[in-house]
Design a protein around this ligand. Sequence first.
Ligand code: NAD
Length: 426
Amino acid sequence: MKNLSFIGAGYVGLCNGVGFTILGYKVTVVDIDEEKVRIINSGLSPIYEEGLEKSLKDVLNSGLFKATTIIQDAIDNSEVTFLCVQTPQRSNGSIDLKYVIKAAKEIGKCLRNKNWHLVVIKSTVVPSTTEEKIIPILEKYSGKSVGEDFGVCNSPEFLSEGDALNNFFNPDRIIIGEYDEKSGNLLEEVYSCFDKKIPRLIVDMKTAEMIKYASNAFIGMKISFANEIGNISKLLGIDGRKVMDGVGLDHRFSRYFNQPGLGFGGPCIKKDILALINEARSRGYDSRILKNIIEINNMQTDILLQLIKIKIRDNKFKTVGILGLSYKENVSDIRGSSSIKIISELNNMNVNILAYDPKVEENMRKLFPKIDYKLSGQEVIDNSDLIIILTKWMEFSELNYTNKSVIDGKGVISKEKCKEYEGICW
Ligand code: NAD
């Protein structure tokens, strides 16, 4: 078994690091955030992910896993390094590679005195980035040559937040974008710990990079398609959820990402589609499908806001309760969450805002310190004139909404459960 290191201990680096330790590797995860490293080494997970904290404690106790801020130690004590830092979007939508470039420089410096080492890019980067940007940096800062002195692969990450560990252990496919056969063979050996039945695809690096973008664009397209059908269905007095249920029963379409509602949030789908739009544009191609995916998605929050404004105006409501702040259920992540836009708009409407989320509060408090954060969903319901459901947390379906007005952005409750019910695509 090889020893592995992961640069960046966020969702991807931490979940992979813990997962590979459970599968028998010795793992070091590196982060520049000292507080994050301290928290991880104390056995607490900086993110909420089902089962992660328990698994983290187990791997720390096994002595086979640790977090550090010292990248040189991690690389010296491993044969394979996975680069897992963030790749956010710039204000024009294009990919911001500054974290990847900085990390690649650091990895390069650490390779100076190392024997042959494999560097695997797991961060999502636009096609050609590994070949044209990362490899030249690794060569420059290590003073070595790719192929001869070190190997490189691009192996995109497909985990879905909220189900990350399960996704880690049961991936749908393994994609290996290899610089050369030696690099690909070693990465295949690392991945040999996964079930042999999981399909493996070995391609060149830019094909691997494109597979990741095409996958996220396809998810976005399914969701925006469901929303388009849902919006038209509502105008026709039809429940868009039932329509898409019926569509999803066809074996040629999967039932995932098939439900109309508030659209997609989170740190990846939108930023990756925008990055692909930009990359295509820079090569002279104007992608209409990709642009429309984003436009329809943005529109869903606006439709919900319109419903809220009308309800508040017509009923002279004074207190609005928000159920759900994370961008989706089972995560503590608020990146790209529609709750941010909706609360910002409510702040201009002269209403009191109450809010509850099972896992999110601290990050939201930094953004919106004046909101009245409650300890339970029921407390929010009992003290609000209008309740807005923004996240599909299971516990929200079990609360008592009797005599309340509800705007449901996610299809969490049936209309019989409350006095007045309004949905977004139903
Ligand atoms: P994240 O923001 O949660 O974590 C990135 C971590 O890298 C942070 O903790 C940061 O402090 C650390 N970091 C930055 N520069 C560093 C450096 N030079 N050395 C050490 N640590 C450094 O990001 P994430 O959500 O884990 O995403 C990582 C990449 O994987 C992104 O490209 C993302 O698009 C992709 N991805 C994410 C997901 C997801 O669900 N979150 C899924 C698939 C792919």
